[in-house]
Ligand binder design. Structure first.
Ligand code: FHN
Length: 473
């Protein structure tokens, strides 16, 4: 089989998607095992990591991803010691993201570690954070358990460089969050920087390399002595963990990936992103960062992660907040392309989520209370482009529901849906349920809309049609 070179980076995801579909058709089990082997025999990269991923996690991919595909919206939390300097080093305001301060200013290991003495987030309230996410309509949380600075935000027996042992706080916020998530019914995920670690000897440092002899050492020893046992702790001590979110897989060659990959079996239902290995061959979903792919990523599960201002970790002076309108339309745009939105907050060193984030999340929540059914469990739009907004869909036993997200409410009282061939059963406003008249026009349909716009950010029209969706773009 001859394939274009640029096909190979997507081989694993393609394989998984293919295998998922084939397993559904063939009814799984035995047939899938045989197929998996023959498909892999055709992979010239012969990547052992890729193969073991497929063998161990590929068959359960669709089952494990089911809740994630329903959820569509989650909260990313970047919280660590970097919230103490909050983007300022020796009176200079960093122009880069806050959590990279240690590398950006080549702060010596001991000097950065001394910041832990000032890290005492006594205002941290796990229940408040989880309720904020829940009321915003988010279904899961992913928090930095250890970022590139190497500082563990949980009580680790592996290294005393952790929030319980090295700060005056003496609490384990991940334990408290796990408890709150369980009570409030949200799923919990851990971000873990497996390769970059600027504190422990042997950890990788991207861009500049090491700047302090204290960082030098063997990366394999670092993985064996820090990353592997810490990930074991994270997957063993906090109850059900739904997501492991790896990051910056610098130097994560297959032999190193193999050290971490089997640990995932500690949580048989877990899903992970594609940032464990340097070739992005493993994982359940792709991770476009700070951007929304123009046409989604057809055939892949994907999640756009994004900041609300311009930093992940808290920066005291970053006021470049995206508007609620932008954030909400991003969520809708992403859902209309079949992806998830992981929206970041960067709490302060006191343990507070910044007020501008709270305001926006509350506003998003008000919209989600009315329009949530047009986001959760939906699939991508069948239309190439809609001038007035976006569309999400749900398959129904006898047909389909189309949710029309109208960003620009029609001034002439007519909403055009070009190329839709299905017989329409009904059209109505999601808010209030008023029925709308529908007629065929120009090879599509025309919906008559009231003059008052229900929601200036996005109003939802619910269109129920008969039969399998038939759209001629
Ligand atoms: O370097 C990190 C960055 O600090 C942040 O954690 C983001 C979130 O996706 N990931 C890395 C950059 O891709």
């Amino acid at each position: 089989m001859v394939l274009a070179a640029d096909f190979w980076p997507n081989w694993s995801l393609m394989n998984r998607t293919l295998l998922g579909r084939l397993s559904q058709i063939l009814g799984g089990g035995l047939a899938l095992g045989a197929l998996s082997v023959s498909l892999h025999a055709a992979d010239p990269a012969e990547n052992p990591t890729d193969i073991s991923w497929q063998r161990d996690f590929g068959p359960s991919h669709d089952r494990r991803m089911q809740w994630w595909r329903e959820a569509r919206f989650g909260m990313f939390i970047h919280w660590g010691v970097y919230s103490v300097p909050a983007g300022v080093w020796k009176s200079e305001q960093s122009k880069h993201i806050g959590e990279w301060l240690m590398l950006d200013y080549h702060i010596p290991v001991a000097e950065y570690a001394a910041l832990t003495k000032q890290f005492n987030p006594v205002k941290f309230d796990a229940t408040q954070w989880v309720r904020l996410a829940k009321n915003a309509g988010m279904k899961y949380l992913v928090i930095t358990s250890k970022h590139h600075d190497g500082f563990a935000m949980f009580r680790s027996r592996v290294s005393t460089y952790n929030i319980y042992d090295a700060t005056p706080f003496k609490r384990d916020p991940l334990k408290e969050l796990a408890e709150a998530c369980r009570k409030e019914g949200l799923r919990l995920g851990f971000y873990y920087s497996q390769a970059q670690d600027w504190h422990h000897p042997g950890g990788a440092a991207a861009r500049t390399g090491h700047w302090d002899p204290a960082q030098d050492g063997s990366m394999d020893d670092y993985l064996d002595q820090v990353a592997v046992p810490q990930v074991k702790e994270l997957l063993s001590n906090y109850g059900p963990i739904s997501i492991l979110w790896w990051d910056t897989p610098k130097d994560m060659i297959p032999s190193r990936v193999q050290k971490l990959l089997p640990l995932l079996k500690l949580q048989p239902d877990i899903v992970t992103n594609n940032r464990l290995d340097k070739d992005k061959k493993t994982g359940d979903f792709s991770t476009p960062e700070q951007k929304i792919p123009a046409t989604g990523l057809p055939g892949e599960d994907w999640e756009t992660c994004m900041t609300m201002n311009t930093t992940w970790g808290y920066k005291s002076f970053d006021e470049k907040w995206k508007s609620t309108e932008t954030l909400l339309r991003n969520l809708i745009d992403i859902a209309s392309k079949g992806g998830n939105y992981l929206l970041n907050v960067g709490p302060t060193s006191e343990g507070l989520i910044p007020a501008p984030s709270v305001e926006r999340l509350e506003a998003i929540g008000r919209w989600m209370k009315v329009n949530g059914e047009a986001i959760y469990g939906t699939t991508a739009s069948p239309f190439k482009e809609l001038a007035w907004g976006r569309c999400t869909t749900k398959a129904e036993p006898q047909g389909a529901t189309l949710y029309l997200h109208v960003f620009d409410w029609p001034r002439d009282g007519h909403l055009l849906l070009p190329g839709l061939k299905n017989e329409v059963q009904s059209a109505s406003l999601l808010s209030g349920g008023a029925r709308l008249a529908v007629e065929a026009q120009d090879g599509g349909i025309r919906i008559t809309t009231p003059s008052a716009c229900p929601d200036p950010i996005s109003s939802t029209v619910v269109l129920k049609v008969k039969g399998a969706l038939d759209v001629r773009n």
